[in-house]
Design a protein around this ligand. Structure first.
Ligand code: COA
Length: 260
């Protein structure tokens, strides 16, 4: 599929999706959200894609937020719809993918940008990255899951401070807070993510999907994470990956997971 606002590349088991509106600091307009939804869907249904990396084009921004010019004239109903549609199409969608998603934060990740990064399964930042949820400075609150996911990652006090002050934190503080797992020089950002992807790729895709489901259950209303874990753990025993993983261990060889 041809995209206007993003680029999707596949190399060696990894699909890298790059938001490509650098002159607008990769701000998320509706067209970009729809293209991202299509690209993530395509990567998820591609059996050869074992890891997805999401990053921003250019050296300045991952994503500087939702596109303010698109919603500046909205009323309350359109505002609710914007939030619901965005969460369904992109943010909740990414979090629930079976395929692991790493956010490579290469610069500003503000508002919807940080919300997008927080929807990924984990994050790596470049040293120049700056993150925040500045929506209250626009008379809004975060609407793409930011109030929930930032609180999950950093706790209530830090999340509310960041939201109420609309301030940005640098990459080092994001690391201290646990928003990102690593901070690396910008020129090493993608290589670091590919190295992590390679480690993930050596493990069972079926087990990794089950782990995502079980961990996500902790944050899903009405689900008991321990019960989901028991169920997913049990299901693993019926997979070819389990057969291969245990046989390889006992035969003292490296496993070659069929991903089934
Ligand atoms: N929505 C729409 N356009 C945006 C945008 C956003 N969230 N963030 C940046 N842009 C656009 C700017 O309007 C500008 O476009 P123009 O050149 O056509 O005028 C371009 O991207 C470059 O941004 P600029 O503000 O000139 O860069 P800067 O280096 O001076 O400042 C930021 C960088 C990130 C501090 C600043 O762009 C900013 O505060 N952006 C908004 C952040 C925000 O509030 N996000 C939450 C939205 S809910």
């Amino acid at each position: 599929m041809n995209y206007n606002n993003i680029i999707s590349d596949f190399i060696d088991g990894v699909t890298t999706i790059t938001i490509n509106r650098p002159t607008k600091l990769n701000a998320l307009n509706r067209a970009t959200i729809l293209e991202l939804n299509a690209a993530f869907k395509a990567a998820e249904s591609d059996f050869d894609t074992q890891v997805i990396i999401i990053t921003g084009g250019g050296e300045k921004a991952f994503v500087a937020g939702a596109d303010i010019s698109e919603f500046a004239h909205f009323g309350p109903e359109q505002g609710s719809l914007l939030s619901r549609e965005g969460q369904d199409l992109l943010f909740d969608f990414i979090e629930a993918l079976r395929t692991p998603v790493i956010a490579a934060i290469n610069g500003f990740a503000l508002g919807g940008g940080l919300e997008l990064a927080m929807s990924a399964h984990f994050r790596v930042a470049s040293e120049n990255a700056r993150m925040g949820l500045p929506e209250t400075s626009l008379g809004l609150i975060p609407g793409y899951g930011g109030t929930q996911r930032l609180t999950q990652l950093v706790g209530k006090g830090r999340a509310l401070e960041l939201i109420m002050t609309a301030s940005m934190i640098d990459a080092q503080k994001a690391l201290d807070y646990g928003v990102v797992n690593y901070v690396v020089p910008q020129e090493e950002l993608l290589a670091t993510c590919y190295a992590l992807a390679n480690k993930i790729k050596s493990n069972s895709p079926v087990a990794i999907s089950a782990a995502i489901k079980a961990v996500n259950a902790h944050y899903t209303d009405g689900l008991n994470g321990f019960e989901v874990e028991i169920s997913e753990f049990g299901k693993c025993f019926g997979t070819q990956d389990f057969e291969e993983g245990t046989s390889a261990f006992l035969e003292k060889r490296k496993s070659k997971f069929p991903g089934k």
